[in-house]
Ligand binder design. Structure first.
Ligand SMILES: *[C@@H]1O[C@H](CO)[C@@H](O)[C@H](O)[C@H]1NC(C)=O
Ligand SMILES: *[C@@H]1O[C@H](CO)[C@@H](O)[C@H](O)[C@H]1NC(C)=O
Ligand SMILES: *[C@@H]1O[C@H](CO)[C@@H](O)[C@H](O)[C@H]1NC(C)=O
Ligand SMILES: *[C@@H]1O[C@H](CO)[C@@H](O)[C@H](O)[C@H]1NC(C)=O
Ligand SMILES: *[C@@H]1O[C@H](CO)[C@@H](O)[C@H](O)[C@H]1NC(C)=O
Length: 285
C-alpha cells in the first residue's frame, strides 16, 4: 500500500519536472485579473523564452487588437485600457511571437450590462407576448429573473410543459425571453423588469407591455366596412336622385342608320332597343 502511494507520488513528480523542462518559458501577468475598475494597464513579463522574440500583440476574446501589434524583441508587453465598461471587458491575452508562441490571459471583468430589446411591446388580448432582454460584456449574467413591477413576486419559470401555462422563460447567458400566454387586458398590462446577475453585480431594465382589446384589433377592419357601406349609400342616393329627371315624356334617342333602319336606344333606360322603319325626313313622335 505505502509502496504504491510513494510510487504514484514519484511518478507525478517526474511528470511535473518533465513538463517544466518542456515549457520553461513562463509569463507573469500584472495584475492577475481586473475587477470593477474604470481603467487598467495590463502587463506581461516573459521569462526564459525558448527562442528569440519576433514581437508581441494583445487579443481580446481571441480577436487580435490591431493597435497593440509590436515587432520589438522585448520580453515585456503592456496594454492600457482607458475606459473599462461592458464594451471593453473580456478575456485579454498577451501573445509573444517566439517558437512556439506563448501567451497568458488576464480577465477584465465589468459590471453587467442588461438592456431590453424593446422598451415597449404591445400585443392583442388572448394572444402571446414575448419580452426580451439581452446582455453584453464580461462576465455574462449567470442568473436571470423576471418581475412584474406591480407584483413583488418573481415570475417563476414553468417547468411543466403543459398547455395553458401562463409564463415561459427561455434563457441563455446573453439573452432571456419571457413568454406571456393568453394575455389578459387587466392583469397582464404592466411594466416588467428583467434582472441579470453576474459575479460582478446585478443590472436591470424595464419593458412596458400594452395589451389591446380584441375589439381594438377589429377597429381598422370595421372602419373599412363602414367606409364601403357609406360609399354604396351615397352612390345609391345619387342615382335615385338623378332618375326622376330622365323619366320624362320626351325621350332622347340616338339613331344609327343601318340598312335604312333606325335603331334607337333610349338613353339611361332599361327598356330594350326598338327597331323602326323610317324613311328619309320622317319624324318620330
Ligand atoms: C520581469 O521579471 C523579471 C524576473 O522575475 C524581473 O527581474 C524584471 O524586472 C521584470 N521586468 C519588468 C519590466 O517588470
Ligand atoms: C494561447 O496558448 C494556447 C496553448 O497554450 C493556445 O491554445 C491558444 O490558442 C493561444 N492563444 C492565442 C491567442 O494565441
Ligand atoms: C417542451 O416543449 C418543447 C416544444 O413543444 C420541447 O422542445 C421541449 O423539449 C419540452 N420540454 C419538456 C421539459 O418537456
Ligand atoms: C450570444 O451568445 C452566442 C454564443 O454564446 C452568440 O452566438 C451570440 O451572437 C450572442 N448574442 C449576442 C446578442 O451577443
Ligand atoms: C464595484 O464597485 C461598485 C461601486 O463602485 C460597488 O458597489 C460594487 O460592490 C463593486 N463590485 C465588486 C464585485 O467589487
Amino acid at each position: 500500500m505505502r509502496r504504491k502511494l510513494f510510487g504514484a507520488i514519484f511518478a507525478i513528480c517526474i511528470g511535473w519536472f518533465q513538463a517544466e523542462a518542456l515549457t520553461d518559458a513562463s509569463i507573469k501577468t500584472e495584475p492577475e485579473e481586473v475587477l470593477n475598475k474604470t481603467s487598467a494597464t495590463l502587463s506581461c513579463n516573459l521569462t526564459n523564452p525558448s527562442s528569440p522574440i519576433k514581437g508581441h500583440y494583445w487579443t481580446r476574446n481571441d480577436k487580435m487588437i490591431e493597435k497593440s501589434v509590436s515587432s520589438s524583441d522585448d520580453t515585456y508587453a503592456e496594454y492600457h485600457i482607458e475606459k473599462i465598461d461592458y464594451h471593453h471587458a473580456g478575456v485579454y491575452a498577451c501573445v509573444f511571437r517566439s517558437e512556439p508562441q506563448v501567451n497568458a490571459t488576464i480577465e477584465v471583468k465589468a459590471f453587467p450590462h442588461v438592456a431590453a430589446y424593446k422598451h415597449s411591446e404591445s400585443a392583442n388580448e388572448k394572444d402571446k407576448a414575448v419580452l426580451t432582454c439581452v446582455s453584453h460584456g464580461y462576465p455574462l449574467p449567470t442568473d436571470w429573473t423576471w418581475h412584474k413591477l406591480s407584483d413583488i413576486n418573481i415570475i417563476q419559470e414553468n417547468i411543466a410543459n403543459g398547455t395553458g401555462d401562463k409564463y415561459e422563460i427561455k434563457t441563455t447567458p446573453n439573452k432571456t425571453m419571457l413568454y406571456i400566454n393568453d394575455l389578459d387586458i387587466n392583469s397582464d398590462m404592466d411594466t416588467y423588469e428583467c434582472r441579470g446577475t453576474s459575479e460582478m453585480g446585478t443590472a436591470r431594465d424595464e419593458i412596458q407591455l400594452r395589451v389591446r382589446s380584441q375589439l381594438a384589433a377589429l377597429w381598422p377592419f370595421l372602419g373599412i366596412v363602414a367606409e364601403v357601406i357609406i360609399l354604396v349609400v351615397i352612390i345609391f342616393v345619387y342615382e335615385k336622385r338623378r332618375k326622376p329627371d330622365e323619366i320624362t315624356d320626351e325621350l332622347t334617342c340616338r339613331c344609327f342608320l343601318q340598312e335604312e333602319q333606325c335603331r334607337y336606344q333610349p338613353q339611361r333606360q332599361k327598356r330594350p332597343a326598338k327597331k323602326l322603319q323610317l324613311r328619309k325626313g320622317e319624324k318620330v313622335s
